[in-house]
Design a protein. Structure first.
Length: 89
């Protein structure tokens, strides 16, 4: 059984505040997340598939890894610092 058989996917945008490591200016950025929610009912073919479906939980995966500084003088790209890439809901 694949993940697409268990989960519905949709994109979400969340706001987060980060500071640019080059110019040190703090701004609010839109971060894209892929939200995977468990389907209501699934056609499980075997006992193992049924157990996998029962253990699965809703979660979100961060799509963006890099951000561009909003300061017009800087505009450098930087990696999202110490933020989780997977969040269980």
């Amino acid at each position: 059984m694949h993940e697409r058989d268990i989960f519905d996917e949709r994109q979400e945008t969340k706001k987060a505040t980060f500071s640019c490591p080059m110019c040190r200016e703090r701004n609010e950025y839109d971060i894209r997340w892929l939200k995977r929610t468990k389907k209501k009912n699934v056609n499980a073919r075997s006992e193992q598939d049924r157990a996998q479906y029962q253990k699965s939980r809703d979660y979100m995966v961060r799509v963006d890894d890099m951000l561009m500084c909003k300061n017009m003088r800087c505009r450098k790209r930087f990696e999202i610092p110490s933020s989780q890439s997977v969040v269980f809901i």
